[in-house]
Ligand binder design. Structure first.
Ligand code: AGP
Length: 612
């Protein structure tokens, strides 16, 4: 979603700001802008569209100076246009502001300002901030910002510069992440540390209610009471190459192929043969506290929600603990009765999703223990949860989540093992699970070999308008995930359903132009799913089956009934979602390519959704 980069130092700001924005490009945006200062002169450049459009404009009309702010906007108030792009200026043009988040009381503030004769030049909520700062400015920019923040309701991460203060960059945060990057005689500000790759490794995460004051040679943080605080400096250990596409055409494809290695990283040091169990460093709950847990609530959005659904099956089967899975956007406003010993587990790749963060905070407020499964180290949710587990999937840049999903499911599987071993799993069962889990990276390497066959299937179906994804039990969430992948990057309408539920309504959609992707389990309910498949065939619907190899009878039946069959390695039921999702990711990718879609930056989507 929206991105902020700020710089103050000795070097030209423009290339640093534009490069920072490029590193945030994957988050999704529809316009971009930059404001720099040379003494009392402010240079504003804004463009709807891609950062490349802004860079072209800057080529014609550079923004000079060693001090500036920049922004990528994901439209909320008003369409994507040059005038709505950030930065926004005060009436006298002296103050420039960029903002992430949503100012909920902006219309009242705007009406008030308009009644006082202020003219607005955009439809955004952000512009009120610039006018208010000008109104409250009496020679001290930091003070003016502080006063204005008290008038705002909603969420913000902001960066402010003023022509009256050529050596000052001010930032503030409430509900929208902001990080200070510390350099030698230069300092940075960004909404995400990844914007600072290659500039500095030293960062300070701002907490809600804090402000930061940056000068070329100094920086400090103020708390909500305007008192200076001793902030902790974190060292970010990043490898710039990790965020590049390498030899792959798209980040998404690279990330699909990184899944075996990402799984190895998620498992490293966490499986113990000695205890036939798993171990996690950061749960901050000892075995006795976990043993007392009577119920879990898993909360998440999008792909992470699908991983949570797999987790529900895992926890109920292995740990025998009741689990409820709630969309974070619903949980935050519901008031479900929650027993005292309920643990709330937030699942999120980015650790910044606004709904998930709000659900976590609401659960904490009610006094529940909160845990988080996060990929982004140091993200807000990772820091605010009482304890948690990192996914160790590495940076996920493609908007469509892939390796984060498999690692979320892998971590949930290991957690289920850990919780199960405290309750009803024997050491023999635990050891067997460890062996099966350890085999996964190699199994995923083999699964990826289906890519060429999936390409051919994509050729057959890339023109369709609707697709169904059907699976049962552990494979039902995988069906939901396959449908989400297809719709978000190829814009084909797709629905995921429990295979047997299809006959209660969605079967009405089936015709020769509506293919159904069937996820066939090994054993268990395989026969039942085969009957569901027959029901689709009887109505003329094309069928693509993803099925386990090694069962000759099933294979010959499928080969005679389905239009296409992708065989994947056979694994126990509970590991099937991680295997079955691979051909589904590849299918969505190949279909999107054939339809000419922008795979890594699909329309209207943002990598992390930091507004409600
Ligand atoms: C997945 O492909 C999506 N782009 C989206 O649904 C995502 O999973 C969701 O927004 C949650 O994000 P998070 O895991 O960072 O919280």
């Amino acid at each position: 979603m929206c991105g902020i980069v700020g710089y103050i130092g000795q070097r030209e700001a423009e290339p640093i700001l534009v490069e920072g924005l490029r590193r945030l490009e994957y988050r999704g945006y529809d316009s971009a802008g930059i404001a720099t200062l040379t003494g009392p002169h402010l240079h504003l450049r804004k463009r709807a569209g891609r950062i490349a459009d802004l860079a072209k404009f800057l080529g014609e009309k550079p923004a000079p100076g060693c001090h500036g702010i920049s922004h990528t906007r994901w439209a909320t108030h008003g369409p994507a246009s040059d005038r709505n792009a950030h930065p926004h200026l005060s009436s006298d043009g002296s103050i420039a502001v960029v903002h992430n988040g949503v100012i909920e009381n902006y219309s009242a503030l705007k009406r008030q300002l308009q009644s006082e004769g202020i003219t607005f030049h955009s439809d955004t909520d952000t512009e009120v901030i610039a006018h208010l700062i000008e109104q409250h400015y009496q020679g001290d920019l930091v003070d003016a910002v502080r006063i204005v923040l008290k008038l705002l309701k909603g969420t913000y991460g902001i960066a402010v510069v003023s022509t009256q203060h050529p050596d000052l960059l001010v930032g503030a945060r409430l509900g929208s992440p902001l990080v200070v990057g510390i350099g030698a005689e230069e300092n940075f500000l960004a909404s995400d540390p990844s914007a600072l790759i290659g500039q500095t490794q030293k960062v300070v995460y701002l907490q809600d209610g804090q402000m930061c004051i940056l000068r070329p040679e100094a920086w400090h943080i103020l708390d909500a009471n305007h008192a200076r605080i001793d902030a902790t400096i974190h060292n970010i250990d990043w490898d710039p190459g990790e965020s590049d596409k390498g030899d792959f055409e798209h980040h998404m494809l690279k990330e699909i192929y990184e899944q075996p290695e990402a799984l190895e990283n998620a498992m490293r040091g966490r499986l113990s043969d000695e205890d036939a169990s798993a171990h996690f460093g950061g749960l901050n709950l000892d075995a006795r506290q976990l043993r007392r847990a009577e119920r879990f609530i898993f909360t998440a959005c999008g792909t992470s929600y699908h991983a949570a659904l797999v987790g529900e099956y895992l926890f109920e089967e292995f740990a025998r603990i009741p689990v409820e899975v709630e969309y974070a956007s619903e949980l935050r406003y519901r008031n479900p009765p929650m027993e005292r010993n309920t643990i709330v587990l937030a699942i999120t790749q980015s650790g910044e999703t606004a709904d998930t963060l709000a659900a976590l905070r609401e659960s904490k407020r009610k006094g529940h223990r909160t845990l988080a499964l996060c990929n982004v180290v140091g993200s807000t949710i990772a820091r605010e949860a009482d304890g948690g587990v990192y996914l160790h999937a590495g940076p996920e840049i493609g908007v469509a989540s892939t390796k984060a999903f498999t690692n979320q499911v892998a971590v949930l599987t290991m957690l289920a093992l850990y919780m199960g071993r405290m309750r009803n799993l024997s050491s023999l069962q635990g050891s067997r699970m460890i062996k099966e889990i350890r085999a996964l990276p190699e199994i995923l390497r083999r699964t990826l070999q289906c890519h060429d066959q999936v390409k051919e299937i994509a050729q057959k179906y890339h023109h369709v308008s609707n697709m169904l994804y059907l699976g049962r039990q552990y494979l039902f969430p995988a069906a939901l995930e396959g449908a989400l992948k297809l719709k978000e990057i190829s814009y084909i309408h797709a629905e995921g359903y429990p295979a047997a539920e299809m006959k209660h309504g969605p079967i009405a959609l089936v015709d020769e132009n509506t293919p159904s992707v069937f996820l066939i389990p090994s054993g268990g309910v395989a026969d039942k799913v085969m009957s569901n498949l027959e029901e689709i065939k009887a109505r003329g619907g094309p069928v693509i089956a993803i099925a386990p190899e090694g069962d000759d009878e099933l294979a010959s039946h499928l080969l005679s009934r389905a239009d296409d069959v992708v065989f994947v390695p056979q694994v126990p039921d509970y590991l099937q979602p991680m295997v079955a999702v691979v051909p589904l990711q590849l299918l969505a990718y190949q279909i999107a390519l054939l339809r000419g879609c922008d795979v890594d930056k699909p329309r209207n989507l943002a990598k992390s959704v930091t507004v409600e």
